[in-house]
Design a protein around this ligand. Structure first.
Ligand SMILES: Cc1ncc(COP(=O)(O)O)c(C=O)c1O
Length: 487
């Protein structure tokens, strides 16, 4: 971020803070003849301190769906901080940002070029708007069963093959922290006169990349994306459900974007959630340099301390690996990702973010204390000493099916509305999937409605279930699993 932005940031953060205004209002003598029904009083286990701050669009507090005063100024400030032309507060998470971005960028029934490792909200937009989806398939990182970021070359090739798409959607950083060359991709996409949407749900901290010393990262607004969705609640200290949608350039019609935000966001936005976005951005812009420096130093030190691991492996930072995502690979050991996850949870009381077949993911942010680094380090070093190397297990593994071209029989929107029946996996080979099947988290679909179910899908589902991983979109009755297939 340039100096001009930095100095306007310093000016802007002197604005009235929403938390302060809520606090002051809650302590005043205004009587609420309006919603919410708790009337700012505690009720049962609802803490009065929380109820006191929980108001709706009353006088003096503006309206998220038609901001003219306080919320307008807060959103303008968010745009300055995040390097965007215009920013919107989201209280329904990045999910509603992804829905609104795709809906605004692609006409009803149009075509979207999207990364296959997108979050389910992108697939939901495809369904709701009756879109045709073409996929960009991420490469697997060598030695790790992890999707890499989409590259400009992959986008170029796909657009050459089919230039009729209305927009391109990628995820960066990915759940595991792989960062795309967004600048390179934006150049390719813009040469076709179409917009680039970046699902940067895992990258809100990149708004403050100027605070990292070692990382030459930038957010996707500054890299040239037209629409950028960020979950403030994922990688910044903000309350769950809070997020931002940013828009840049002239390709996206802003009136359409606003319309879809009104459709997908609640008509009763939570003021504590909005205050939490305001607090997170303004406080970080003003006081974030030192906490971010400490975060970076602690994370790098942890990586260094884990260099002595003999069997577990940590995905090491190259310049495309984000700060804060600790990907612990169990490949080559006698345990799987879920067993490591359970061990960290049960034995050490460390709650990881997720488990996959061959790795476990722990997240660190600017909100962590030193204790979080120390406890993870000690647990991993001790676990590593107790594990055994195991070559055999490694050779049994198959590639993840969703990084290979899927066999689409009918479009997602039509398939998801079709009649289905539930069958045991062994009876599904060659059938057309009637639903989404995903490992959750991260919720990237293994199967999308309308895709042919292949042997490798069935094997993957069986392996995941045997390992105790959480699979969504299936039906479990006693010990038996079944899948929805089109009839
Ligand atoms: C890549 C990606 N995009 C979007 C979302 C949705 O974010 P939210 O939970 O803020 O709605 C997620 C959630 O995990 C995600 O991983």
């Amino acid at each position: 971020m340039g100096d001009t932005n930095a100095s306007s940031q310093r000016r802007e953060v002197t604005l009235e803070r929403l938390w302060d205004k809520l606090q002051a209002y809650g302590s005043g003598d205004w009587y609420p003849y309006h919603m919410p029904g708790h009337k700012r009083n505690g009720w049962g286990a609802l803490p009065p301190e929380l109820a006191k701050l929980d108001i709706t669009e009353i006088d003096g507090f503006d309206n998220l769906h038609q901001p003219e005063d306080l919320i307008k100024r807060l959103q303008q400030q968010a745009a300055v901080i995040c390097g965007a032309e215009e920013s919107f507060y989201l209280v329904n998470g990045s999910s509603c940002g992804v829905l609104a971005a795709i809906s605004a960028a692609v006409p009803q029934g149009g075509k979207l070029l999207m990364a296959r490792n997108c979050h389910k909200s992108a697939y939901h937009a495809v369904y709701l708007r009756g879109l045709e989806a073409e996929y960009l398939y991420p490469n697997l990182l060598p030695d790790y069963d992890i999707c890499d970021a989409i590259t400009p070359e992959q986008v170029k090739e796909a657009l050459l093959r089919d230039p009729s798409v209305s927009a391109v959607l990628i995820v960066s950083p990915t759940y595991e922290g792989r960062i795309a060359d967004v600048q390179g991709i934006a150049q390719v996409v813009h040469s076709y006169g179409i917009p680039l949407i970046v699902d940067e749900a895992h990258g809100a901290h990149l708004n403050f990349a100027q605070y990292f010393a070692e990382y030459r990262l930038t957010n996707s607004n500054l890299a040239g994306a037209d629409l950028v969705v960020q979950s403030t609640h994922k990688t910044l200290p903000a309350l769950t459900q809070t997020a931002l949608l940013h828009v840049n350039g002239r390709i996206i019609r802003r009136d359409r974007l606003r319309r879809f935000l009104q459709i997908y966001q609640t008509s009763s936005p939570s003021y504590p959630l909005m205050a939490s976005i305001d607090n997170c951005l303004s406080y970080t812009a003003q006081y974030g340099r030192e906490p971010f420096r400490q975060f970076e130093a602690r994370f790098l030190k942890l990586l260094q301390e884990l260099e002595s691991l003999q069997k577990l492996r940590i995905l090491r930072g190259d310049d495309r690996q984000d700060i804060g995502k600790l990907v612990i690979s169990v490949r080559g050991t006698n345990c799987n990702g879920k067993q490591l996850y359970e061990r960290l949870l049960q034995q050490y009381h460390l709650q990881p973010e997720m488990a996959a077949e061959t790795y476990c993911l722990a997240m660190f942010t600017v909100g962590d204390r030193q204790e979080g680094y120390d406890r993870m380090r000690d647990a991993l070093l001790e676990t590593d000493r107790q594990l055994e190397s195991c070559r055999e297990f490694e050779t049994e593994r198959e590639n993840l099916p969703f990084v290979k071209a899927s066999n689409r029989v009918i479009g997602l929107a039509k398939a998801w509305d079709s009649k289905v029946e539930w069958r045991y996996p062994e009876e599904c080979q060659g059938c057309v999937s009637g639903g989404f099947v995903s490992l959750y988290p991260p919720g990237i679909p293994l199967l999308v409605p309308g895709e042919k179910i292949e042997e490798e899908h069935i094997k993957a589902i069986n392996r995941w279930l045997t390992m105790g991983l959480s699979v969504t979109g299936i039906r479990m009755e006693e010990e038996h699993c079944s899948l929805a297939v089109l009839v």
